[in-house]
Ligand binder design. Structure first.
Ligand code: SF4
Length: 341
């Protein structure tokens, strides 16, 4: 009897170019080994559009990623998730009705708001963004998308990650005093008319639990233990943490940072543990890679070889991710604006 990995390999051979398996960098290595492409959200969003022959796309990641793949892929391509319960708690912190309400409140006190939505959001929130002529962004291109809006003379409403919003604004020289936090659970986001009118950027009060685990104390502890080490964190980490590290960057940028580190160096990485472990394995003998704090995304971990094989064998209809056409049009507009920038 063949083992699970061999059975998956056989099915991939049978399907050939008609099957595309995509895996996010935070997936466990046993899943990534079966992927045609692995990458961060932006890379995978692009890949979903490049494999025209693939009638079936299996997305090993979380729901918002599979939704984006469905929105961007052609009508004859079906997107499946091996584990439909793999959501993203941060994406769930913003819902489209709240976003509409926020835009209305902001427009009542000042004009020229441009929504920018992190791809870690539901298709409905992306559609709301597209409807208001906004763009999505990833952690790789957030700075570029922010600049695009600011160059037009717009103010930015960014959601759903407060930290990526603050960090991207700071990278562009915008002071914390020009950024306000909108709390969707409070009337008018908890902001006065003056606070709304004077803000250049308004960030949603949302966060990623995985990246919020990186604290100033954890950085200080590493500085004491490993004074020679360089520390890099993901920009979903709090601004106080990002500002005392040696570097910050998206998943793809962290990979490049480690790849380009001088031989013999020690790099401490603040992002999801599966990626850190894979980097440590890949660089073994050249560079020492350590986790700042072992922080795992429980939702990414829901996909495994067993449920991947089940999908490839049975193609269960309930695992097919379908974004309704009325939502997909506006969501695609927001995603395509990002891909063009
Ligand atoms: S790492 Fe954070 S943002 Fe990414 S899927 Fe997990 S909870 Fe969501």
């Amino acid at each position: 009897m063949k083992n699970i990995a061999e059975q998956i390999t056989d099915i991939r051979k049978e399907w050939g170019n008609h099957l595309l398996i995509l895996a996010h960098h935070y997936q466990r290595s046993s899943v990534v080994q079966h992927a045609d492409e692995s990458g961060d959200s932006l890379e995978l969003a692009r890949k979903a559009t490049e494999y025209a022959e693939a009638e079936r796309i299996v997305f090993c990641g979380v729901k918002f990623m599979a939704e984006s793949a469905d929105v961007l892929s052609a009508d004859n391509q079906g997107v499946y998730m091996p584990e439909t319960g793999a959501g993203c708690p941060m994406a769930d912190m913003a819902i489209a009705e709240q976003m509409e309400k926020a835009i209305q409140s902001l427009e009542e006190v000042a004009s020229g708001w441009r929504p920018i939505v992190y791809v870690n959001s539901s298709a409905e929130v992306k559609a709301c963004c597209g409807k208001h002529a906004g763009s999505t962004c990833t952690s790789s291109n957030a700075k570029r998308v922010f600049k695009w809006a600011l160059d037009k003379g717009d103010r930015i409403l960014f959601l759903p990650d407060e930290h990526l919003g603050f960090n991207s604004a700071h990278d562009l020289g915008i002071s914390d005093a020009e950024v306000a936090v909108y709390n969707p659970r409070k009337e008018n986001g908890g902001l006065s008319a003056d606070e709304m009118a004077s803000a250049k950027v308004i960030v949603w009060k949302g966060f990623c639990i995985v990246h919020q685990a990186f604290t100033v104390a954890s950085v200080e502890k590493v500085r004491k233990l490993l004074p020679e080490a360089k520390i890099i964190v993901h920009p979903e980490s709090p601004k106080e943490v990002v500002r005392i590290c040696d570097a910050h960057g998206s998943t793809a940028q962290i990979i490049d940072y480690v790849r380009n580190a001088p031989d013999g160096s020690t790099i401490v990485v603040g992002t999801e543990l599966n990626l850190v472990q894979r980097l440590a394995e890949r660089e073994r003998g050249r560079v020492i890679v350590k986790a700042l704090v072992p922080s795992v995304c429980a939702n990414m971990a829901k996909t495994n070889e067993e449920n991947l094989l089940h999908t490839l064998r049975n193609w269960p209809e309930h695992q097919k991710v379908v974004v309704s056409t009325d939502i997909a049009g506006d969501a695609r507009a927001a995603l395509e604006t990002m891909l063009r920038l």
